[in-house]
Design a protein around this ligand. Structure first.
Ligand SMILES: NC(=O)c1ccc[n+]([C@@H]2O[C@H](COP(=O)([O-])OP(=O)(O)OC[C@H]3O[C@@H](n4cnc5c(N)ncnc54)[C@H](OP(=O)(O)O)[C@@H]3O)[C@@H](O)[C@H]2O)c1
Length: 330
């Protein structure tokens, strides 16, 4: 242990947001391949709520939540050549533990930030934006004029993905839970929105596409949304499942995919992309370039002091948030 301390959001047992405690501990020593980051902003992702509840257990208890952050390199291990103290960096990493003011992490997860990207922007887009990069470049390559249906279009991943798809000429139909979210989605890449509480999204997608259906559906909701989304697809269309905010992982009867409809089901994960991406920095540069040029407008729907991280989790689960949420260390 060092004489540097870290203030962190830790859990001692899995549970509801009340289990999240703001505590001070000794910061860990920097290992040979590691970097110490003085964090300036931390991303909040739906994944963090799965970790908090133990749906996906974290490395150990007590433990720190979070998988994304941005800040300034404070120290580097002996083997680290690509980073030096003072570098501005961000990361999305499968090693859980970003809800902290001081973070130690293997350098392979870090990317450098262009000077015009703020720490808040980086914490808001690194994980969700690299997920959009994966979806656009690896999961289903779409051509201009093709059509996509994006569920939770006004959410963190949704707003970034809709803008990226629109940028490459894809027509984007989004589903949203409120009028306010509809306006936001329409100003962030969607050409049409479906208010799924009032409208049946399967019927409405058919109407908006003259009965043809869409080329791809992206959904992270779980429940019956994936199954119903299959009925929105054209032949050879792709259904992409990204998560399960509705609490249960969807199960699909494979006969629903074909052979008459010849559908593909993809279940991609951001950390597989990060692990296997030929150059993480190139992927991040592409993302940050789109942010800098204004193609992707970063919508931060909530900023919370780090000690109030539990409120960010409550808000995210309440379905009232829009865009990305960030925590700010004190
Ligand atoms: N596989 C991956 O690599 C990857 C990477 C990033 C994100 N994801 C997944 O993508 C999904 C979205 O993540 P995000 O962080 O960007 O969250 P988010 O979309 O900002 O927030 C969730 C949104 O989902 C909608 N929703 C519908 N039913 C809900 C329910 N029962 N409970 C809560 N929300 C509900 C709400 O929007 P409406 O009011 O419009 O319905 C809500 O605002 C999550 O499943 C996440 O795990 C996966």
């Amino acid at each position: 242990m060092t004489d540097i301390s870290a203030k962190q959001i830790r859990i001692h047992a899995y549970g509801d947001p009340a289990c999240m405690k703001y505590e001070q501990v000794d910061a860990p020593v920097v290992g040979e391949d590691e970097v110490l980051i003085q964090q300036k902003a931390i991303g909040v992702n739906y994944l963090d709520t799965y970790h908090r509840r133990g749906v996906f257990p974290i490395q150990e208890l007590p433990g720190v939540l979070g998988v994304e952050g941005a800040g300034i390199v404070g120290a580097v291990g002996a083997n680290v050549k690509d980073f030096q103290p003072g570098d501005r960096v961000s990361y999305a990493a499968p090693i859980v533990g970003s809800y902290t003011d001081v973070r130690v992490l293997p350098s392979r997860f870090l990317v450098k930030l262009p000077s015009k990207i703020t720490f808040e922007q980086a914490a808001a887009v690194t994980l969700q934006g690299l997920t959009a990069h994966m979806l656009v470049n690896r999961v289903r390559i779409l051509s201009p004029g093709q059509t996509a249906l994006v569920h939770a279009a006004a959410g963190g991943l949704g707003l970034i993905l809709c803008q990226w798809l629109a940028h490459i000429g894809v027509r984007v139909i989004g589903t949203v839970g409120s009028e306010e979210k509809a306006k936001l989605a329409l100003s962030h890449g969607c050409s049409d929105v479906i208010l799924y509480r009032d409208q049946n999204f399967v019927d409405e997608t058919a109407r908006l596409t003259n009965g043809e259906g869409v080329d791809v559906v992206y959904e992270g909701l779980g429940g019956d949304v994936l199954d119903r989304s299959l009925d929105c697809l054209k032949p050879f269309g792709t259904a992409v499942n990204l998560g399960q905010v509705a609490d249960n992982l969807p199960s699909i009867d494979i006969s629903r995919l074909g052979p008459q409809r010849a559908l593909t089901l993809a279940v991609p994960g951001i950390f597989a992309h990060i692990r296997t991406c030929p150059s993480l920095q190139n992927a991040a540069d592409e993302l940050f370039g789109l942010v800098r040029s204004g193609v992707i407008k970063v919508h931060i729907g909530g900023r919370y002091p780090l000690p109030e991280a539990a409120q960010a989790h409550r808000d995210l689960a309440s379905r009232t948030t829009t865009g990305s949420l960030v925590l700010i260390p004190e």
